[in-house]
Design a protein around this ligand. Structure first.
Ligand SMILES: [Zn+2]
Length: 127
């Protein structure tokens, strides 16, 4: 057996011995958990960088970011619309004078006391 064949033989046997057993499994799980933790830190940090960048360029994003910025703006609008739908489902309206959430059937705002305009069947105030 040549020196290199001998070496290859030792390395492959060594690899097989290291890559097995309960201790190996525990160490492997620990290391993988640490890697997952660090990946989460990176992802959270990327999110923060993205949010800060978004807030700083939202109105005037460079061309390469325009589509991404637009996606965030559109998604935020959609969330607002969906939250309005939830309010309607819950029978909640928003007082046009003080912005408090109130029952959509009320004639007067329970917070500021002002007389409310008439609300339609969906809880939106009509003029
Ligand atoms: Zn009010």
């Amino acid at each position: 057996m040549s020196f290199f064949d001998n070496l290859k033989d030792k390395v492959s046997k060594g690899g097989a011995a290291v890559g097995s057993g309960a201790k190996y499994a525990v160490e492997m799980a620990k290391l993988n958990a640490q890697i997952s933790g660090k990946k989460k830190v990176i992802n959270d940090t990327f999110n923060k960088i993205g949010e800060k960048y978004f807030e700083s360029v939202a109105d005037n994003a460079p061309e390469e970011f325009k589509e991404l910025v637009e996606t965030v703006i559109e998604s935020r609008k959609e969330i607002e619309r969906l939250n309005d739908e939830i309010k309607k489902l819950k029978g909640v309206a928003v007082c046009p004078f003080c912005n408090s959430e109130i029952e959509s059937e009320s004639r007067f705002c329970s917070v500021c006391g002002k007389e409310l305009p008439v609300a339609d069947s969906e809880g939106d105030f009509v003029d």
